[in-house]
Write a protein that binds this ligand. Structure first.
Ligand code: NAP
Ligand code: MG
Length: 403
């Protein structure tokens, strides 16, 4: 068999622990036998981040800007324990945070649906994609505990030193206050990333805030989304046959629960944090949640939503068999290959990505799955397999499709 050719390299960001093991298995078993894989490799494993003083993370983000498509393995975000474990000279920042800041991107999370795993909300037939704004609000707040008999005000000082004041509360008894901010620029990037992704996926997009209560702050989000939509996207949406729909956050929650899925739900930072956990849990398994970072200028970085699966890695190190689910990591690869195929006009590569996804879903629907799914599936004949056997089972089905 002649291997599928690529034109432009994918930016490959390797990672840590069990997902690093899976990363290599996916390449060896499911990619390299079929594709003349072209990647520009960046090792974001914690040891190499330490050795390069984290420069490798910055370099990988710059390469993503240059080439347009990256695929990333899960990585450790160091905490105090990891600093000891890996003998780090510094508590390096989250690579995802660094990359997101450089690409100015928005994260879209979508579950992979398979027969036998019914969402906790049984009316959900199609995936719901959550887009979370990743800047500001309560995540960059300033808080104070206020004693009794204090007056709290918002004060904005302009370049000439002129102050504008607004009373928050005249405290007779003790209480608390919190200051939040966001930026028009960041909200605009978020809006464009959302509209571009909706066009890319040919899916409706919903956006919701609490603008009836927050008449300036949340209303600004609504206005910016509207202005950008009217000026830049209205015609494109019409042409694509998709819709932009704005409503109140509480109305959105009610509609989401009653819906059958199949759309993108754009959320403010806090709503996205909470709702993505709700949606992921209701769909069944973190191991089936894909994630893609999209920049407003159309750069894509694909990854799994889960972490490095540390507990399984320690088992693996002891020589024990693991049953770690590789679906989300595999779909990061297929997402990136398909996007590369679209950008470089390589129908064979797109077709390969489609077939690999189908083969992996069929494997699970045939009853062959890892332990996490075996515990959830309602299928009758389940064979629980280990990490590597799951991938070789996919390869068997892929071979038939490629023949
Ligand atoms: P995790 O790696 O997502 O794993 C948490 C638990 O979820 C696992 O112990 C496992 O449960 C289950 N699980 C997750 N993915 C699975 C899979 N593919 N197959 C089977 N089970 C799976 O989260 P964590 O243990 O809290 O974090 C580990 C490291 O990952 C941390 O250092 C963190 O910084 C990093 N992290 C990275 C990213 C990223 O790079 N995007 C995201 C989150 C966390 P059982 O043990 O019960 O089987
Ligand atoms: Mg959360």
């Amino acid at each position: 068999m002649t291997k599928i050719q690529m034109k432009t390299p994918l930016v490959e960001m390797d990672g840590d622990e069990m997902t690093r093991i899976i990363w290599k298995m996916i390449k060896d078993i499911l990619l390299l036998p079929y594709i003349d894989l072209k990647t520009e490799y960046y090792d974001l494993g914690l040891e190499h981040r330490e050795a390069t003083k984290d420069q490798v993370t910055f370099d990988s983000a710059e390469a993503t800007k240059k080439y347009g498509v990256a695929v990333k393995c899960a990585t450790i975000t160091p905490n105090a324990e990891r600093v000891k474990e890996y003998n780090l000279t510094e508590m390096w920042k989250s690579p995802n945070g660094t990359i997101r800041a450089i690409l100015d991107g928005t994260v879209f999370r979508t579950p992979i649906l398979v027969k036998g795993i019914t969402p906790f909300i049984p009316s959900w037939k199609k995936p719901i994609t959550i887009a979370r704004h990743a800047y500001g609000d309560v995540y960059k707040n300033t808080e104070m505990v206020v004693p009794a008999d204090c007056k709290a005000e918002l004060v904005v000082t302009d370049a000439n030193g002129v102050e504008t004041r607004s009373l928050i509360h005249d405290f007779k008894t003790p209480g608390i206050i919190q200051g939040l901010h966001n930026l028009d620029k960041s909200i605009s990037s978020f809006a464009r990333a959302c509209f571009n992704f909706a066009l890319d996926q040919k899916k409706d997009i919903w956006f919701a805030t609490k603008d009836t209560i927050s008449k300036k702050y949340d209303h600004r989000f609504k206005d910016i989304f509207n202005e950008i939509f009217e000026a830049e996207y209205k015609d494109k949406f019409k042409e694509a046959g998709i819709e932009y729909f704005y409503t109140l956050i509480d109305d959105a929650v009610a509609r989401v629960v009653r819906s059958e899925g199949g759309y993108i739900w754009a959320c403010k930072n806090y709503d996205g944090d909470v709702m993505s956990d709700m949606v992921a849990t209701a769909f069944g398994s973190l191991a089936m949640m894909t994630s893609v970072l999209v920049s407003p200028d159309g750069v894509y970085e694909y990854e799994a939503a889960h972490g490095t699966v540390q507990r399984h890695y320690y088992k693996h190190l002891k020589g024990e068999k693991t049953s770690t689910n590789s679906m989300a990591t595999l779909f990061a690869w297929t997402g990136a290959l398909r996007k590369r195929g679209e950008l470089d006009n390589l129908p064979e590569l797109i077709d390969f990505a489609d077939k690999l996804e189908k083969a992996s879903i069929e494997t699970i629907e045939d009853g062959v799955m890892t332990g996490d799914l075996a515990a959830l599936s309602s299928l009758d004949n389940i064979t629980k397999v280990d990490t590597e056997a799951f991938l070789t089972e996919i390869a068997k089905r892929l071979d038939k499709k490629m023949a």
